[in-house]
Design a protein around this ligand. Sequence first.
Ligand SMILES: N[C@@H](CCC(=O)N[C@@H](CS)C(=O)NCC(=O)O)C(=O)O
Length: 197
Amino acid sequence: VLLYNSQPSGNCYKVRLLLTQLGVPFEKHEVDVVNREGRQELLGDKNPALRVPVLELDDGRHLAESNAILWYLADGAAYLSADPFERAKTLQWMFFEQYEHEPNIAVVRHRTMLGHLGDYPDSETRRERGHGALAAMDEHLGEREFFVGDRYSIADISLYAYTHVAEEGDFDLSGYPAIGAWLDRVAAEPGHITIDN
Ligand SMILES: N[C@@H](CCC(=O)N[C@@H](CS)C(=O)NCC(=O)O)C(=O)O
């Protein structure tokens, strides 16, 4: 398979991590996520949102949205439960990731890395909401090892991607001990790779 990729993107890292843990070989096509020039030509017929990640299957079909890609790749494997309730719980946490977590933590990190944080009036609101998401995660993880069904799954991969680099957005994680322990557990999973891989 081919992955339209941005190396620092947590959304793309989710897919690289799962592909690696599944042992699926893949190639990367690097896309500049700051400069939008040529994006329509490159991704127009592959992802209506013109964003990465986009996975190109060997038969030429394309799939976008990081969590949809995780779901497709993990279905039938150990990283996604076969139990209907646990599958719905997995979706619950992946929607949480896209609504409560990523728009706040990933956006603040991105702006911080580019030195633009202060240019946006909503940055502090996003930081507060990001902390709200982290507090919810910390409470959930206080009683369990992983997000769903007490085993590592794509819910963990989805939430790990931007949590483990939250400090690049100046989110202090020291007040979230259960998240700290969970980050270590995820990083100790067989086949784990870091975001620079
Ligand atoms: N909801 C999408 C978000 C994808 C996304 O925001 N991709 C960013 C990189 S992390 C991107 O392509 N940005 C370029 C742009 O918006 O022009 C997902 O989960 O895959």
